[in-house]
Design a binder for this molecule. Structure first.
Ligand SMILES: Nc1ncnc2c1ncn2[C@@H]1O[C@H](COP(=O)(O)OP(=O)(O)OP(=O)(O)O)[C@@H](O)[C@H]1O
Ligand SMILES: Nc1ncnc2c1ncn2[C@@H]1O[C@H](COP(=O)(O)OP(=O)(O)OP(=O)(O)O)[C@@H](O)[C@H]1O
Ligand SMILES: [Mg+2]
Ligand SMILES: [Mg+2]
Lengths: 222, 222
């Protein structure tokens, strides 16, 4: 499913170059559940953004389901993203001033899902994350952990084949975190590929494989 | 230092009332280090915002250093906040498009600290959180954990007597988190009062006392 070879990525800030990924080789088969760990600033979010087709690479090759990503045009990539990939951002990226249920509904509007089916799926997704009683709250009327759970519901609502999640339980207490992880494990057993960044080892334990990043390289992988 | 008695707080959403704190009694002496834990949505951030004079109560009494908070006017409260209280927000609240060093400098501009002293304190604060090499980055050019560390540096730069921190290590890997907590412990030993929300028990272990919230009441306190 995911084939990354010799991936190099640096940010450019004016005339200063900030190297982030310095030669990443990573293969992830369809149906795997992989955790990515590493120190703050080591390139985890940058790697996830590349895997989720939200950012580009400077060197190397990225093949997603057998096709080179950098040769596809923007419209093709947008279609791949909206139908195949669900993304949970580290800082949620909810749309301010619209309710939790509208935020969750949004990806289905892009995918042309009919109205009645959208309403049903929103209800199911918010139930799965324990927030049916907060459906009408806008992001500023939700706690940090509740906003994170809305972001998780939004990522799952289109039943993606690949879930890319950046510290999905970072704002949750341990028992709410365990409930979310049990749901992820269930989705993985039903065939969803999950790639998740976490800094908590008891969360990484839900995955079957852990990849450790250090200074933009893979330190170990097992 | 902090005396909360029978604190009640509810949010009003149109004609719907959302009760959050349902009668909180809490005394915190000067120099204490207290952790607050509890499920997502249980009122931890709301309680911290009240303690930090960022939000108001509906019923009950709040005395900070012997003075009733609700009888002070806005200008007096703003002066108390900017000179005595440092705040680390759960979602950082950095000012976008200005650099890390400018974000850290901001509280000192409000407190009329002279230019040369400000530059020196910014350098010290960013060194303490391990980010001297990211001083010129704006928030979107920093990782999640780096943004959190800028928020911590900003909260400490005015040497407050009271530090109010909402999940200060939520976006940090465990070893960076431990470094930040060792710094907090050092500051507490030098006399700073610290009140910190966390959902990780190994972080709460740095405090000397843990208060557990459930459905807007204190479940236990030891
Ligand atoms: N402006 C608001 N309007 C209505 N309800 C609100 C508002 N802000 C917060 N709430 C509700 O108040 C409750 C307490 O929120 P609070 O942010 O204090 O929780 P918390 O304990 O910090 O949770 P977390 O661990 O998820 O950060 C939540 O159920 C939330 O939905
Ligand atoms: N737009 C940018 N311009 C310059 N540097 C950037 C930019 N975005 C990120 N960086 C730098 O790239 C490095 C990797 O960032 P990334 O967000 O991938 O880290 P991370 O492993 O996710 O860290 P964290 O655990 O703190 O979230 C960091 O050192 C950061 O300062
Ligand atoms: Mg990150
Ligand atoms: Mg909170």
């Amino acid at each position: 499913m995911i084939e990354l070879s010799n991936i190099v990525k640096a940010y450019q800030m004016g005339d200063v170059k900030v190297p982030v990924l310095n030669g990443i080789d990573l293969r992830i088969e369809s149906g795997e559940f992989v955790a990515i760990m590493g120190p703050s600033g080591s390139g985890k979010t940058t790697l996830l953004n590349i895997i989720g087709c939200l950012d580009t690479i400077d060197q190397g090759e990225y093949k997603l389901s057998g096709k080179f990503v950098d040769t596809q045009d923007d419209a093709q990539m947008a279609r791949v993203r909206s139908t195949h990939i669900g993304f949970v951002f580290q800082l949620f990226n909810l749309i301010p001033r619209i309710s939790a249920e509208r935020n969750v509904e949004l990806p289905m509007i892009y995918a042309n899902i009919p109205h009645q089916q959208r309403r049903e799926r929103v209800r199911q997704a918010l139930t799965k994350v324990g927030l049916t009683d907060r459906a009408r709250h806008v992001p500023t009327q939700l706690s940090g952990g509740q906003q994170q759970r809305v972001a998780i519901a939004r990522a799952l609502v289109n039943h993606p084949d690949l879930l890319v999640a950046d510290e999905p339980t970072g704002s949750l207490d341990s028992s709410t975190g365990r409930e979310i992880m049990q749901m992820f494990r269930q989705l993985n057993e039903e065939g969803m590929t999950i790639i998740m960044v976490t800094h908590e080892s008891d969360i990484a334990a839900y995955a079957r494989r852990t990849v450790q990043l250090l200074d933009g390289r893979i330190q170990y992988d097992h």
